[in-house]
Design a binder for this molecule. Structure first.
Ligand SMILES: Cc1cn([C@H]2C[C@H](O)[C@@H](COP(=O)(O)OP(=O)(O)OP(=O)(O)O)O2)c(=O)[nH]c1=O
Length: 196
């Protein structure tokens, strides 16, 4: 099997990729995550996923390698909510999300020799109405700070989610269905590695 590299510093993405039963290494990258002026959310997450995968492939310096990159944003009324830069920003994001439906968009890219394929996953998430006190208490836990939209569905933030339509793993940062398809298209059908 070709070396698989996950171009990500996110422990959640590594944990999700581990679920597929492949061996892989990770690589942290420093990519500018500023959205372009007027850039549509879907274009933004797919662009960043591609940039992470391509930069990772170039840095790896291994012709055979397959490098995965991914990017997740919460999208409310077409507005991109990235990771909050402050506690105040996290509070404001959660107030905006309270009692409403938003999308979680995750772009995934796989770069290899002469190829870079990119896919988009869109999941609809509905929040129940949040009390001001619980928003404050949640922000005190520190959980919102490294997560798009200021919440983690896999953590205490799961208590805010009324309904989800789409991929749970995409909300956490890496859609496993699409990842498996991208790997299979590149000659690595993950199921072949499930039996020793
Ligand atoms: C909505 C949501 C996001 N997130 C996380 C997934 C991503 O790690 C993060 C969004 O930030 P990203 O910029 O997509 O990723 P990252 O900076 O954490 O990692 P890297 O660029 O190195 O791959 O938000 C959750 O863990 N749970 C959730 O419910």
């Amino acid at each position: 099997m070709q070396p698989i590299i996950l171009a990500s510093a996110s422990p959640r993405r590594a944990e999700l990729l581990r679920q597929l039963g492949l061996s892989f290494t990770t690589m942290a990258l420093d990519i500018d995550e500023t959205p372009g002026q007027g850039e549509a959310p879907a274009d933004y997450v797919t662009r960043l996923a591609r940039e992470k995968a391509v930069a990772g492939y170039e840095l790896a310096g291994e012709a055979e390698a397959l490098v995965l990159g991914s990017d997740t944003s919460v999208v409310l009324d077409d507005r991109i909510l990235g990771k909050p830069h402050s506690r105040e920003a996290a509070v404001a994001m959660l107030q905006d999300l309270s009692g409403r439906r938003h999308q979680v968009m995750t772009g995934v890219a796989l770069a290899g020799a002469g190829i870079c394929r990119v896919r988009l996953s869109v999941t609809e998430v509905s929040f129940r109405v949040l009390a001001p006190g619980e928003i404050q208490a949640y922000c005190d836990t520190g959980e919102p700070m490294d997560k798009a939209g200021g919440y983690g569905i896999q953590g205490k933030g799961g208590a805010f989610v009324r309904q989800i339509q789409g991929s749970y793993s995409a909300v956490v940062g890496l859609p496993l269905d699409i990842t498996a398809e991208l790997l299979a298209d590149a000659g690595v059908p993950v199921w072949k590695y499930w039996i020793s």
